[in-house]
Ligand binder design. Structure first.
Ligand code: GLY
Ligand code: MN
Ligand code: MN
Length: 366
């Protein structure tokens, strides 16, 4: 792991150098975890990794958080105490480094950035998240094995739910609680999201589970996931509660599955991200459902649940081996129901491999 972290840092420095950025400030975020190997919580107390283009890094942390970082191998661990002015400490460090152009990642809070800019007049500030995202976009073998683990755990939780769970007569919230328990028992670090959207609620792609009692015949969009050792799984299935009654729903389900499979079949290195989105959309258009597909086809997945590459109109960047993306077309008919089917896919040298193993067939659950 130490070698991998050193390699990531070296690549970041190269990117900073080629963009004439003298030092980078990385606040608590997936970027921070990617570069330090540690999670850090976002809070009103300043925690920041300072990466100069050359020279040793500084990890500036609140003293009470510092025991977690004593193994930081790439430079100084500077602690500040409640009552100190951490912005002043950071500004002095940047002055020592003679940083004229300072990069900040998106999660470096405005509440820290604005006073820092007041303190360092005449310095140029630049957004560096796109540079870090470029580093993160292709997964290493170690990252891929953690993603596989995360996804296998979600598959296992879903298999348990299919065997033991009930939908009819339970509230969305009760179903979400049971699924969350299964996800934790299978070993996810936490449940990051557990959408259970039944009947008309399923027409809202990111519905919050509520007190609606699931009725016999309701389609139920279930979108579950969370991290394993920081790396996210994300999966959606749309079973029907009880009996499949609505032939329109069954037809839309088959159309979404056809779109999902067509997009998967098109995924290989060199294909533009927007192209796979278009392929899924074209399939839905042949079924008269293009307007009902209201979001992009997919997103990258790694230390964040949504990260580049985005499979969306306008993204001409090509897919590359080692990218991990979701394939998740959906159809949403307000007032009626919705359907989404979501797998995680890794782009390989030859094409693509589906990491999600849960079956796709339309399922009726009691
Ligand atoms: N669940 C679809 C998206 O957020 O892209
Ligand atoms: Mn999802
Ligand atoms: Mn997703």
């Amino acid at each position: 792991m130490q070698n991998e972290l050193a390699h990531r840092l070296a690549r970041l420095r190269t990117a900073l150098g080629s963009h004439q950025i003298d030092a980078a400030l990385v606040g608590p975020s997936a970027d921070f975890r990617y570069l330090t190997g540690h999670p850090a919580s976002e809070s009103e107390r300043l925690t920041v990794l300072v990466v100069p283009c050359e020279g040793e890094c500084t990890l500036l942390v609140p003293e009470l958080e510092s025991p977690k970082f004593t193994d930081f191998p790439f430079g100084r661990l500077d602690r500040w105490r409640d009552g100190d002015d951490p912005i002043d400490l950071l500004a002095r460090r940047l002055l020592d480094l003679d940083a004229r152009t300072i990069g900040v990642n998106d999660q470096f809070r405005a509440g820290f950035l604005l006073p820092l800019q007041e303190r360092l007049t005449g310095r140029r500030f630049a957004r560096i998240s796109p540079l870090i995202q470029e580093l993160r976009i292709v997964k290493s073998p170690a990252e891929l094995s953690l993603l596989r683990e995360a996804i296998a755990r979600v598959d296992a939780a879903w298999a348990r739910f299919c065997a033991e769970g009930r939908l009819v007569g339970r509230t969305e919230r009760q179903v979400a609680r049971q699924l969350s328990e299964f996800l934790l028992e299978e070993g996810l670090d936490e449940v990051a999201f557990c959408i259970v959207a039944s009947g008309p609620n399923a027409a809202s792609p990111h519905h919050e589970p509520g007190d609606r009692i699931i009725q016999d015949g309701d389609p139920v969009v279930i979108d579950i996931g969370g991290p394993y050792q920081g790396y996210y799984a994300d999966m959606t299935r749309t079973p029907v509660a009880g009996t499949i009654r609505d032939p329109d729903f069954a037809a839309a389900y088959e159309a979404v599955l056809e779109a999902q499979q067509a997009a998967f079949a098109a995924m290989r290195p060199g294909v533009p991200c927007e192209e796979v989105d278009r392929i899924a959309r074209d399939v839905l258009a042949t079924h008269g459902l293009a307007e009902a597909f209201t979001h992009r086809l997919g997103h990258g997945l790694g230390l964040s649940v949504h990260e580049p590459p985005y499979l969306v109109r306008g993204n001409r960047a090509p897919l590359c081996p080692g990218m991990v993306v979701t394939d998740e077309p959906g159809v949403y008919l307000p007032g009626r129901w919705g359907v989404r089917i979501e797998d995680v896919v890794v782009i390989t040298e030859e094409g693509a491999e589906r990491l999600t193993r849960s079956p796709h067939d339309l399922l009726a659950l009691p």
